[in-house]
Ligand binder design. Structure first.
Ligand SMILES: Nc1ncnc2c1ncn2[C@@H]1O[C@H](COP(=O)(O)OP(=O)(O)O)[C@@H](O)[C@H]1O
Ligand SMILES: [Mg+2]
Length: 200
């Protein structure tokens, strides 16, 4: 059983369940602690539910890793998901020096449009959260990371209430900004590169 990757909140392993290859996203204690302050639902259940909502939204399933299950025990908490065989968008882009196949970014724009149409916001859309998978010789972006708690679902601390009431938190705004700045890797990527030591 190998590792598929690591993020700020989890380590993702490759495993097998009923004869099927699966990705098992095991949460770090730090990730669960951060989540607890934002949402009452256990992180594994929250991410599973959110993964399903995206997978089932009209026109989105081809862009989303299929959710398989979750477990939440005092010892370990994990999400089980379809394993994606591809390359993270950031590395895919670097290898091609930005010369991307036509249409690839258009798919990403479509993801945002369709998610919003389905009432799904705060997608956590950045180049380390998108896997580029070849399908019938065509590169297709796929999402797999669904644990960001949308602003409108957050526990109402005075700060959250204030921002929501003031209208400073428009539900689409964050996604549209992430889309606009998608190829500005300075915001999200440097912090995450430490989880990919082989890439230097
Ligand atoms: N379903 C999957 N298939 C293949 N690799 C995955 C899958 N889910 C996550 N990974 C790998 O694990 C890394 C961390 O996963 P991610 O969901 O971003 O975790 P976090 O919520 O901690 O940011 C990803 O960058 C990716 O390389
Ligand atoms: Mg991530």
């Amino acid at each position: 059983m190998g590792t598929l990757g690591e993020g700020g909140r989890s380590i993702v392993y490759e495993g097998e369940r009923r004869g099927e290859r699966v990705a098992i996203k095991v949460y770090k204690p730090y990730g669960m602690e951060k989540h607890r302050r934002k949402h009452p639902e256990p992180l594994a259940e929250f991410e599973y539910r959110r993964n399903r909502a995206f997978f089932e939204a009209p026109g989105l399933s081809r862009y989303v890793a299929r959710p398989i299950g979750f477990f939440h025990t005092p010892g370990v908490s994990a999400l089980i998901q379809e394993p994606l065989d591809g390359e993270l968008y950031y590395f895919y882009y670097q290898e091609r020096k930005g010369a991307l196949p036509t249409g690839l970014f258009g798919h990403i724009e479509k993801i945002v449009e369709r998610a919003h149409a389905a009432g799904l916001f705060d997608i956590d859309l950045h180049a380390m959260n998108v896997m580029v998978v070849e399908e019938d010789g065509q590169p297709i972006p796929k999402l797999f990371d669904f644990n960001l708690v949308p602003w409108h679902e957050r526990i109402r601390t005075p700060w959250v209430t204030l921002l929501l009431k003031s209208g400073l938190r428009n539900s689409k705004r964050r996604d549209l900004r992430m889309l606009r700045d998608f190829h500005d890797f300075s915001r999200k990527v440097p912090r995450l590169l430490r989880y990919f030591p082989s890439t230097g």
